[in-house]
Write a protein that binds this ligand. Structure first.
Ligand code: FAD
Length: 511
């Protein structure tokens, strides 16, 4: 049966946070040549934005490159620093730490992933940690930074990077880009979402100071409230709180007295974990916690106790339910950003999920001069969105499941039943050392390996193909690789030198 085509000539984006302006900038850029689609963004300066969301993953850099922005442009405009990965402190046990890098561990041989060679080497008594075969980890741990070579001479040199940025400044940059491409901006409060009685579609948004705002397609970027998809269209929400216990956060910015490091810190606490995100002149801090295992006062005290510098404002509090909307697109309304779902920011995935939602929308409008949607496109969008969220959910649960910490919350996490999709994946690694990359998965094999290894969860056996290699040759090859990585790290300048040289960064002591 042919699907009915719904032409799109007008789009209204409800909300001007990170999600709203990223969507506006990209759609306007996409449609800019044809000028056949009118885009309006409405937001309320009275309500404001969530204002957190400062750690990203490398996909962000591809996102803004498509808008014609360079890394240096964005770093300068958003007071950003470079991020090579996340350092997890105290997650396995108090005192433990490891880095999840945006890069590889070693290099594969004969189509066998590197960790199998490392496992064999380890069995012969060599104690070199797997992390020392990762250039990304070593640079991150030594506070070094350089842009990776676009054509690395050897596979072990491959690493990637992302940004820590000021969320407000990034939204401003996206707003500027969107308006340059013709997006109309209205500062007003949406008072009511008016539905068509017959079709159930959204007809218009009633604003507090204007005529009703009509459109062919509405994009709900209204944040946790989900004004259009949740409130008006009554689309349900799947909670994943049985696996992800954290449901609150408290955040505060602080001064930064040391040089910014090129990694996010995620430190486990009694009832959750604490982040530290260094920008050029200040630091973002927050404590994500479970209200079942602590209360707001203790969580705030825990956060402040672990910030060495002066804080810059009163702590801000957030509540959330981990999960996603049953469908991200219903009728003529698509939700992007917090209105479509939220997973705690342990792996900095919210902005990445905004990017993937926007990419899917662009695929829907692959012919900009003839933009339309139909049921099959909507169904595809919803299926892929659901899968992407579930893959991220599993990856985050993994961090909790493998802990060996004391304490009620951590014991619960260790012993809880986990989704079949995750237990199957863990089983495959435990029994054979395999890490399959599933469709629509944001994190690849080396990311999973970083968590498995950091949490000391290793396979029972290595791939038998490794035994074809003579043990002496294995020692020599791995030894040489290790040395080359050490040498490479020592030749790279400090992260702060990179920022000073290319991004107008002024170290504090020079003020
Ligand atoms: P918001 O920023 O809340 O924007 C909503 C918009 O809707 C605003 O413009 C508001 O004015 C408008 N609006 C709402 N109601 C109305 C109305 N009635 N009329 C008119 N306008 C209205 N993500 C990451 O990728 N990395 C991180 O490190 C990270 N850390 C986080 C930490 C915490 C504690 C939390 C809660 C989230 C974090 N996130 C992180 C998620 C990230 O903040 C969001 O994904 C991102 O900011 C997008 O938010 P948004 O645009 O969907 O919503």
């Amino acid at each position: 049966m042919a699907h009915i085509k719904h032409p799109v000539k007008t789009i209204v984006i409800a909300g001007g946070g990170t999600a709203g302006w990223m969507t506006a900038a990209t759609l306007a850029h996409h449609f800019s040549k044809d000028q056949k689609v009118k885009i309006t963004l409405v937001e309320s300066s009275q309500i404001g934005t969530i204002g957190v969301g400062e750690a990203t993953i490398p996909t962000l850099r591809r996102f803004y490159a498509r808008l014609g922005l360079s890394d240096i442009d964005v770093i300068k405009a958003t007071q950003a620093t470079c991020k090579l990965g996340i350092e997890f402190q105290d997650w396995h046990q108090p005192g433990s730490h490891f880095v999840h890098p945006f890069g590889l561990f070693g290099q594969p041989g004969n189509n066998i992933p590197f960790h199998h060679y490392w496992l064999k080497q380890r069995q012969t008594g060599d104690t070199t940690p797997l992390s020392e075969y990762s250039l990304g980890v070593m640079l991150a741990e030594h506070d070094k930074f350089c842009m990776p070579s676009p054509k690395p001479a050897e596979p072990w040199m491959i690493f990637d990077w992302a940004l820590h940025f000021d969320a407000g400044l990034f939204a401003e940059l996206m707003q500027k880009t969107a308006q340059q491409h013709g997006v109309e901006w209205i500062d007003a409060k949406i008072e009511q979402v008016c539905l068509n009685q017959q079709s159930g579609n959204i007809d218009s948004l009633q604003l507090d100071n204007q005529q009703p705002l009509t459109a062919d397609l509405f994009i709900d970027c209204s944040g946790f409230r989900s004004l259009l998809l949740g409130d008006a269209l009554k689309v349900g929400y799947q909670s994943w709180q049985q696996w992800l216990l954290c449901d609150k956060a408290v955040a505060v910015q602080s001064e930064l007295t040391e040089e910014p490091i090129p990694r996010t810190i995620a430190k486990a606490q009694t009832a959750g974990w604490q982040w530290r995100i260094p920008l050029q002149q200040r630091c973002g801090n927050g404590h994500v916690y479970s209200s079942q295992y602590t209360d707001t006062d203790i969580a705030t005290e825990t956060l402040l106790k672990h910030i060495p510098e002066k804080t810059l404002h009163q702590p801000r509090h957030f509540s959330f339910t981990p999960g996603r909307r049953d469908q991200a697109w219903v009728k003529n309304c698509v939700a992007i950003g917090l209105s479509s779902g939220f997973l705690e920011p342990l792996e900095s995935t919210s902005i990445a999920l905004i990017e993937t939602a926007i990419e899917k929308l662009l695929l829907t409008f692959d012919q900009p001069q003839n933009a339309f949607f139909d049921d099959s496109k909507v169904e595809r969008f919803n299926q892929v969105t659901a899968t992407e969220y579930e893959r991220v959910r599993d990856f985050i649960i993994l961090h909790y499941k493998l802990n060996q910490r004391e304490g009620e919350m951590w014991r619960y996490c260790r012993e809880m039943d986990i989704p079949d999709s995750l237990s199957g994946k863990m089983q495959q690694f435990k029994s054979q050392g395999d890490i399959p990359r599933l469709p629509w998965e944001i994190f690849g094999a080396d990311s999973w390996l970083a968590i498995y290894n950091g949490m000391q969860f290793w396979p029972q056996k290595y791939n038998a193909g490794v035994d074809k290699l003579d043990t002496g040759f294995l020692h020599k090859t791995l030894g040489e690789m290790h040395q080359k990585i050490q040498r490479a790290v020592s030749s790279v300048p400090p992260h702060s030198a990179f920022l000073q040289r290319f991004c107008d960064y002024q170290p504090k002591q020079e003020h």
